[in-house]
Design a protein around this ligand. Structure first.
Ligand SMILES: Cc1cc2nc3c(=O)[nH]c(=O)nc-3n(C[C@H](O)[C@H](O)[C@H](O)COP(=O)(O)O)c2cc1C
Length: 437
């Protein structure tokens, strides 16, 4: 058996709103949350482990030095804050885990620890936290900084941030809350402790003024795949997003992560590595192949090239304007100061191609190209996971009700029929379900 997650890669944002007959009224009502409530309910029906909501807090304008492309298409923006969405999603579900994203560059550890402890109560122990270091200079400027810190320094800060939030989550001992109505005594003050955390980047006194929730700590998720990102995940995370465009690359990534986990004294089973995939489904293999071919043709259109070029400018953290490079020249060898591992992956795979060709053929987020009927894709996913050795997949299609139905009501039942995914939830918290196998 393997695990399944869904990555809402553009966050609580506009999604597909035009140019797709299945977009519905999303352009006008995405901000109300109904689409994402439908998504969460469907994923629970499909027995997914979790839904992960990306977040960033800016309108990107590195591309072409203007917000035009971003706002013309609605690319990763406009976007709502994901935190208030979480309880809405867990009110309509009973078992699935929901993880939201907070940046260690912008959230003070006290605010983050308190917000997540509150969410752990509101979700009955089903919340997770995707720990990111931020990936855009424009986001840094929203919070009053001139720029993002250099990549490795951001990760140094993130380690300290994790120590600080961890200390706050531990500031109430088990048994501190008494609710003894006779004495009366609400809590035992000898079991509540200041943390007096003083690091290079953060200071916080504690204790948290929020009592521990059912999980005490949210499930920690991490996405960055640079050496520094891998170390952060190896030390603290319980699940990790990973790119894998070949079985060999996926195996090597897992082996590297298991080595790092052992260095931190952790068992490899404590980190569930989920590989990003975007399967192309159809009623039959032929229908699915035709859809995949149509997508490949679309990837060569001016609009698709412009969107992907925008994506590179964004991925560089806003340090490079990819609209300035010659589309018929080589892929520029730059990694930027954002998602460096994603850009590096694109640059390395694009060696020997023109930028145009690389943009048309390399999608760093789409992973192994599974194509076919639900049953064929289920078989392909099963074989791939068997070769890789675990732990599962993170599906990342844009959120449309068609994509939801194809995956929750087509692919997931086919996977379950083959015994490849869980057929129910045995535990009440996100962590206990995730770490069950
Ligand atoms: C798949 C993936 C998803 C990410 N999601 C977010 C996000 O939601 N918000 C954000 O600010 N940064 C996000 N990041 C950025 C990373 O957390 C990290 O801060 C930075 O990109 C460095 O990544 P690297 O270790 O791969 O160089 C994401 C990165 C990757 C690779």
């Amino acid at each position: 058996m393997f695990h399944l997650g869904w990555f809402m890669g553009s966050g609580f944002s506009v999604q597909t709103w035009a140019g797709d007959p299945w977009a519905g009224t999303t352009g006008r009502d995405w901000m109300k949350g109904g689409l994402f409530i439908d998504l969460a309910a469907a994923l629970e029906r499909a027995c997914f482990d979790y839904l992960l909501v990306e977040d960033t807090s800016m309108i990107e304008d590195a591309h072409g030095g203007s917000m035009e492309t971003t706002l013309k298409y609605g690319l990763l923006g406009p976007k709502n804050d994901p935190v208030p969405l979480i309880p809405l999603l867990t009110q309509r579900t009973k078992h699935i885990g929901i993880a939201c994203t907070l940046s260690t560059s912008f959230y003070h550890p006290y605010m983050a620890a308190r917000t997540m402890a509150t969410l752990d109560h509101l979700t009955d122990g089903r919340v997770g936290l995707n720990v990111v270091t931020g990936s855009s200079r424009r986001a840094a400027q929203q919070y009053g900084y001139d720029d993002l810190e250099p990549h490795d320094q951001r990760y140094e800060r993130a380690h300290e941030w994790m120590e600080a939030v961890g200390a706050l989550w531990e500031s109430w001992e088990d048994g501190a809350v008494l609710v003894d109505t006779e004495t009366p005594r609400y809590a035992d003050h000898t079991k509540v402790h200041p943390v007096d955390f003083a690091g290079k980047y953060f200071r916080t006194r504690g204790p948290l003024n929020t009592i521990p929730g059912p999980q005490r700590r949210p499930v920690i998720v991490q996405a960055g795949a640079s050496a520094a990102g891998r170390d952060l995940a190896a030390k603290y995370a319980e699940s990790m997003l990973a790119h894998g465009h070949s079985i060999e690359a996926m195996k090597a990534f897992r082996a590297d992560m298991h080595r790092r986990l052992k260095e931190y004294g952790r068992d490899p089973g404590q980190l569930k590595i989920l590989f990003l995939v975007e399967p192309t489904l159809g009623e039959t293999d032929e229908v699915a192949r035709a859809r995949a071919e149509a997508q490949q043709r679309w990837a060569r259109t001016d609009e698709a090239i412009e969107r992907r070029l925008w994506g590179l400018s964004y991925t560089s953290g806003g340090t490079h304007d990819f609209s300035r490079y010659d589309l018929d020249g080589p892929v520029p060898d730059v990694w930027g100061n954002g998602e460096t591992s994603t850009l590096r992956n694109f640059v390395e795979r694009g060696q020997g191609m023109t930028l145009r060709e690389a943009l048309a053929t390399i999608d760093t987020h789409s992973g192994l190209a599974f194509t076919g009927s639900p049953d064929s894709v289920a078989a392909q996913m099963g074989e791939a996971m068997q070769e890789v050795g675990g732990d599962g997949f993170l599906l990342s299609p844009v959120v449309t009700r068609r994509n939801i139905a194809e995956i929750a009501d087509g692919l997931a039942p086919a996977l379950r029929k083959r015994g490849l995914i869980r057929d129910g939830y045995n535990h009440s918290t996100f962590r206990d379900n995730l770490l069950e196998f």
